[in-house]
Design a protein. Structure first.
Length: 319
């Protein structure tokens, strides 16, 4: 596995989670409310670190207690936070979740509004020379294309990765589109896809809505090109990778869902770790599935598994 770090640019927020008590959660905690570090970018960074990879993280938080909580949590995971900047005015985002007894997310809210948080003022000049070029892999999320200057920063990072020959993954993560697509978003998304070596997304929530009138798989196939793999996360149906040369598929691991938060982030980390270890697509899909299964089978809003835990699950299934 590479000794170079994975560079993750993304959101880091605080999750406030309300639990309707279940037996699984009661055994692990007496608290029906949790306040923990969250955000797709931060969750992915932590999950990668727990897979034994070096990780550097770039984002922007507010000059507030939430921002300090996030930095401390990432640093405890041995993640390089030199490029996690502090905004002097805007606040760190708070995401509020409610989880029912079956482990299903039944409501969520964001404060301040997604694009008004500190993250969206991260500018291209905030990413220092070498941060991208010296990475083993770069990972970004599509929702960060909603507004400039963050939109420009993401595209700049992907362009720098392409020029340096560093593989980059784009998790579609199409959030913040409830009121329609903001001006420039679709063009930016198309450009980001063109620069990515791997495009990741949920079959039901993202690929199925990406191209009107097409199934998730057909929409995903339209994005495949020479040098680009497209991966569909399909929950209980496993995952599929589409490449110019064909496709690969891996079945999901059976698990009782306790908390769905961060499932896709954990999946991405397992997949990236496997790819960096030289695994083929099917093996990478299996590791992604195993990493996500362990994550969602645990109570709480955080809890990415370690590499040893993922290895043990894969070994128990003989894969």
């Amino acid at each position: 596995m590479s000794t170079k770090p994975v560079f993750v640019i993304g959101d880091a927020n605080v999750d406030l989670t309300f639990w309707k008590r279940s037996a699984a959660h009661t055994q692990a905690s007496n608290a029906p409310v949790e306040v923990v570090r969250g955000g797709a970018g931060a969750n992915t960074a932590v999950a990668l670190a727990r897979q034994g990879l070096g990780v550097s993280f770039s984002g922007m938080v507010g000059d507030d207690s939430f921002g300090r909580l996030i930095r401390g949590d990432l640093e405890r995971e041995r993640i390089d936070t030199a490029s996690l900047l502090v905004h002097p005015v805007r606040s760190t985002m708070l995401v509020i979740y409610a989880i029912d007894e079956a482990g299903a997310l039944w409501s969520n809210a964001v404060h301040p509004a997604l694009t008004e948080s500190a993250l969206f003022d991260l500018a291209p000049g905030h990413i220092p020379p070498g941060r991208v070029e010296e990475a083993a892999w770069v990972h970004v999320a599509g929702f960060m294309l909603l507004r400039a200057p963050l939109r420009d920063t993401v595209l700049s990072v992907l362009e720098r990765a392409r020029q340096a020959g560093v593989p980059a993954s784009l998790d579609l993560n199409l959030r913040g589109l409830d009121q329609g697509e903001p001006a420039g978003f679709r063009a930016a998304l198309d450009r980001a896809i063109s620069l990515a070596a791997v495009v990741l997304g949920s079959a039901s929530d993202e690929f199925s809505t990406l191209v009107a009138g097409l199934s998730a798989e057909d929409a995903a196939r339209q994005l495949v090109s020479e040098g680009r793999t497209v991966v569909l996360r399909m929950a209980e149906r496993g995952a599929m990778a589409l490449t110019p040369g064909g496709s690969a598929r891996a079945e999901a691991f059976p698990v009782q869902v306790v908390s769905p938060i961060g499932a896709g982030d954990a999946w991405n980390a397992g997949y990236i770790a496997a790819r960096l270890d030289g695994a083929d697509e099917q093996a990478a899909l299996r590791r992604g599935n195993a990493t996500a299964a362990l994550r969602i089978g645990r109570p709480g809003a955080v809890g990415a598994p370690t590499a040893a835990e993922v290895d043990a699950l894969l070994d128990s299934w003989g894969v």
